[in-house]
Design a protein around this ligand. Structure first.
Ligand SMILES: Nc1ncnc2c1ncn2[C@@H]1O[C@H](COP(=O)(O)OP(=O)(O)OP(=O)(O)O)[C@@H](O)[C@H]1O
Length: 913
């Protein structure tokens, strides 16, 4: 029996380095032994990176280059340099000749290869295709469901509810796009568990109808009973000749509450209602002349009625609020069931097997067959498994890999897992960091757990900053969540369960502290950290948002860095979303072409995504204008056109979507679009496609320095399209939606540019300089894009289905699903905190953070958390005081006047020794 080695270590501690070393150590045993090793990661980018690291190291060793790695390998194996070089040459040659067997890949591709080889056993008959493109499938089933809605009144209503909800949220009017997001639920790992119950709901329409009727009856009974009591109270007040205003606080006081109940306007007892229950004085003000009549009325009837209302409310409010939450979101349940039904038809009709179906079957195959038999089928036999980023593994992936690893261990072959729960940012894709944190030792008998204590990536200032910040901020966060739990109504079991969860989450950051390796400690350049907090300000007599100011500051910072000897590729701009990336790249592009740009400096910054024409707001203005010209009653196209024009050309930043949707202004207000567009509308509809586009560019003023490259490329594409296709507008728009929008700006090969990356893309990577331009994302879910959580309860009537999809929102606190809500809340706070950890641990030499100065004393965003942690005296921790001496004292680095934190000195790389 050999051992499973587990490294749980922080960022930059050398986990991938250890994994590559282990790979080489094994591979160098014999020229072909690499075929017995499977090294896996979770993304294609990480796979590329690992392949590169292994091959580069092999190459260097084969060339006879000495390094720390060669010393370590020689020492561990008793080889000398010659022997090592000879072995590396032999292995490298075999790898290059048998590249198919160089198994470094994603876990998904490995599991898929098993599926493919087991097609017969899995029941995938000849002629079946395994469909991997979920998007194509979704497009198909969404169209199908929309068509079905013509004959199905209930489904029609659900789709209308869905559309209304999306419009009210003011975010997305791309109906199909939004439906797709709902449809992706069908492909999640969690969904497998829900599928059976949904099929039952499809097959038993009666069950769903009865459930809905039951919900409605329950809701009405609750509301009517309370209303009846409310009316009784109002009648008593009227008979006594009193008015609402005679009672203390009038409409806003206890009598106002009773009136609200009688009109079904609100049932939740206000604080004043609760006080009035206990004290007669709370019903009237001291100076009130009708005091005596009020006292007598309260004593004779009102207090009893109030008591009855509150008792009734308290007994039934959980069920009532649950009913409301379920009713409000039942359309999603309805739509998902229809999507699923359509998917099942598609599978049967077209002989398609989804990769997610195959994955479920795979679990059975692996459980039921001997490992040697599986390998025989797959055509490769692995002794060793080396897994990087283990915190990203999902339950399903783990269940499939575990038996294979066990087999390797049992036959005397070690395996290795490395990971860091603090970097778990893929929970939405099914990853389970708890597997790394606390399950492995329970699942294997022979494990060896190790920790890498040093940070080899970052200079000391950055390591000290992260050590102090993440230790303190995690405690701030935990104590914030703790306060929420403490405020819960007295429900000790719920509190206890949530506290246990919180403890598990807090433990993730219990060991965030890293040491600095001795050689780095004494180096001249100790690294540099700068964190700036900005707020809205008056600049040149105009209000400038904090984001605007950051965009204005970036060019000067880039000049500074270039002056200090950094090349553009040494710098990375890390953003939370593609939209932010576009914002930054467009702003730098504008600057580059403006008169402010300094000769000799470069400002190019690109993200792969920002080059897509389909993502460019200017191109989308043209496209929605074309759609609107094609079909004057296409209100969605017009809304999109107005929205993009107002935001990107008129630069009206905030609230525009809400305004538009809520007041139906789009249809009537002609000032929202250029006057010429309205007056020339008819002429425009008569122009041929290309001329129409040219005219639109002029009308919408799209010929700016930033938009020009996109517009020119777009015009080229249109000309090419017209050479091969008839000039029908409708066909062009269809082609654009399906294919055209994927065109990108030709990236000038070899041109130097700063990579703009989302945090997810930057995971596992490192850069000399990291700039985080908008370090202010929500800790909770975005209220406009709440996820679905599948909730279960044993309380009737909700237990009719084993679980129901609900929209994550605050209101769930009041329901029987409060636990699911709080658990999700804690997890999402951790996800977003982990994102911050990944972001701030990528820099080698310099880290620049730009964030927002929080207005209030709240803890909603990473900006709040950064600011609260850095700018205030640290919390007194319960830990022994000794450990605090290793942490920075913020007050030594915090510049209150500038609202800025500075650690270390920026030393020019051309001045370093
Ligand atoms: N023992 C070591 N001696 C010298 N350099 C090291 C050592 N271990 C790692 N490094 C270097 O430190 C940097 C970070 O290492 P690596 O990427 O392996 O860390 P990691 O723990 O996988 O990081 P992350 O979790 O953030 O992805 C790399 O440049 C690597 O070459």
């Amino acid at each position: 029996m050999s051992k499973l080695y587990i490294y749980r270590s922080a960022a930059g501690s050398g986990k991938t380095y250890v994994l590559v070393k282990a790979y080489l150590q094994l591979a160098l045993r014999a020229p072909l032994y690499f075929q017995r090793i499977l090294a896996v990661t979770f993304t294609n980018r990480a796979t590329q990176e690992m392949k590169q690291r292994i091959l580069n190291s092999l190459h260097d060793i084969a060339q006879g280059k000495e390094s720390l790695l060669t010393q370590e390998l020689n020492q561990a194996n008793g080889w000398d340099s010659k022997e090592l070089q000879k072995r590396a040459q032999a292995v490298l040659s075999k790898v290059l000749h048998n590249y198919d067997h160089f198994s470094v890949g994603t876990i998904d591709s490995f599991l898929q290869s098993i599926v493919r080889n087991f097609s017969k056993e899995l029941g995938i008959q000849h002629g079946f295709t395994i469909e991997m493109d979920q998007e194509t499938i979704l497009n198909y089933i969404i169209d199908d469901v929309i068509n079905t809605a013509n004959q199905d009144k209930q489904l029609h209503q659900w789709l209308v509810n869905f559309a209304e909800n999306k419009l009210l949220a003011g975010k997305s009017w791309h109906f199909k796009q939004a439906l797709k997001q709902l449809g992706y639920e069908l492909f999640t790992e969690n969904f497998g568990q829900q599928e059976r119950l949904l099929i039952e709901a499809i097959n038993n329409k009666h069950k769903l109808a009865t459930f809905l009727a039951e919900l409605e009856t329950g809701r009405l009974e609750f509301e009517n009973s309370l209303q009846k009591l409310g009316k009784e109270a109002m009648q008593q007040i009227e008979v006594s000749g009193l008015e609402i205003s005679d009672f203390s606080y009038g409409q806003r006081g206890i009598a106002g509450y009773l009136m609200g109940v009688s009109e079904k306007k609100g049932f939740t007892p206000t604080q004043r209602a609760l006080t009035a229950l206990e004290s007669i004085e709370a019903w009237y003000s001291k100076t009130n002349s009708k005091k005596l009549s009020i006292v007598s009325l309260v004593q004779n009837s009102l207090q009893d009625i109030l008591k009855e209302i509150i008792t009734y409310y308290q007994a039934g409010h959980h069920i009532y609020h649950t009913t409301l939450a379920v009713q409000q979101f039942i359309y999603a349940f309805g739509i998902i069931t229809h999507l699923l039904a359509s998917l099942r038809n598609l599978r049967a009709e077209k002989n398609i097997m989804l990769i997610s179906d195959a994955a479920n079957l795979l679990r059975q195959v692996i459980a039921e067959n001997d490992t040697p038999f599986i390998y025989e089928k797959v055509g490769s036999f692995y002794n060793h498994f080396l897994i990087d980023e283990f915190q990203d593994i999902s339950d399903f992936q783990w269940q499939n890999l575990k038996p294979l690893i066990s087999n390797g261990l049992a036959t005397g072959h070690m395996s290795l897992l490395v990971g860091d729960a603090k970097q778990s940012i893929y929970r939405w894709r099914g990853s389970k960091w708890q597997l790394l944190s606390n399950k492995l030792e329970k699942e294997f008998t022979a494990t060896k757990s190790l920790v890498l204590e040093h940070n080899w990536r970052s200079k000391p200032s950055i390591v000290h900053f992260n050590n102090t910040f993440f230790t303190q901020a995690s405690k701030n966060l935990a104590s914030h969540l703790q306060q929420e739990i403490n405020q819960l109504e007295d429900n000790s079991t719920l509190k206890q369960q949530l506290n246990e969860q919180l403890q598990e989450i807090a433990n993730v950051y219990a060991h965030a502290y890293q040491h600095i390796p001795a050689p780095v400690q004494s180096s001249q350049d100790q690294g540099y950290v700068e964190a700036n907090f900005l707020c809205e300000a008056d600049l040149q007599e105009e209000k400038s948002s904090w984001k605007e100011q950051i965009k204005q500051r970036l060019p000067a910072l880039l000049e500074e860095l270039q002056k200090d000897g950094f090349r553009l590729q040494d710098i990375a701009l890390l953003v939370r979303s593609h939209a932010e990336g576009r914002e930054i790249s467009q702003s730098l592009l504008s600057y580059q072409h403006s008169e402010h740009a300094k000769p000799g400096y470069k400002y190019s910054a690109v993200s792969a995504e920002s080059l897509y024409l389909g993502k460019s707001p200017w191109i989308n203005i043209i496209i929605s204008a074309l759609k609107y010209l094609e079909d004057e009653i296409d209100i969605l196209a017009k809304t999109e056109l107005v929205y993009l024009y107002q935001i990107y050309v008129c630069k009206k930043e905030q609230g525009i979507s809400h305004e538009l949707f809520q007041q139906n202004r789009v249809e009537n207000d002609h000032n929202l679009l250029p006057t010429e567009f309205i007056s020339e509308f008819y002429c425009l509809t008569k122009l041929p496609l290309y001329e129409r586009i040219v005219k639109l560019v002029s009308i919408f003023q799209l010929n700016t320095t930033a938009s020009k490259p996109f517009i020119y490329t777009f015009q080229d594409i249109v000309l090419t399209y017209l050479q091969q296709n008839p000039a029908e507008h409708y066909n062009f728009l269809k082609w654009w939606e399906e294919k055209g929008n994927k065109h990108a700006l030709p990236h000038m090969e070899g041109e130097e540019a700063i990579p703009i990356m989302t945090i997810h893309q930057a995971k596992g990577l490192q850069f000399k300089v990291v700039i985080v331009p908008f370090c202010a994302w929500n800790l909770d879910h975005n209220t406009y894009k709440p996820p679905i959580i599948w909730c279960s309860t044993d309380k009737a009537p909700f237990s009719t289905f084993p679980s129901l999809p609900l929209r994550y929102h605050k209101g769930l606190q009041e329901t029987v699903y409060a636990q699911a809500y709080y658990e999700e809340r804690m997890q999402v706070y951790l996800d977003h905190f982990n994102l911050l950890y990944v972001t701030l641990t990528r820099a080698e030499e310099r880290l620049y953070i730009f964030s927002q100065q929080p207005g209030k004393n709240k803890l909603d965003t990473t900006a709040d958390l950064l600011y609260r942690t850095i700018s205030r005296p640290p919390l007194k921790f319960n830990d022994n005081e000794d450990s605090n001496k290793y942490f920075l004292k913020w007050e030594h680095y915090w510049q209150n006047d500038n609202q800025k934190l500075v650690i270390g000195n920026p030393i020019a790389s051309n001045q370093q020794q």
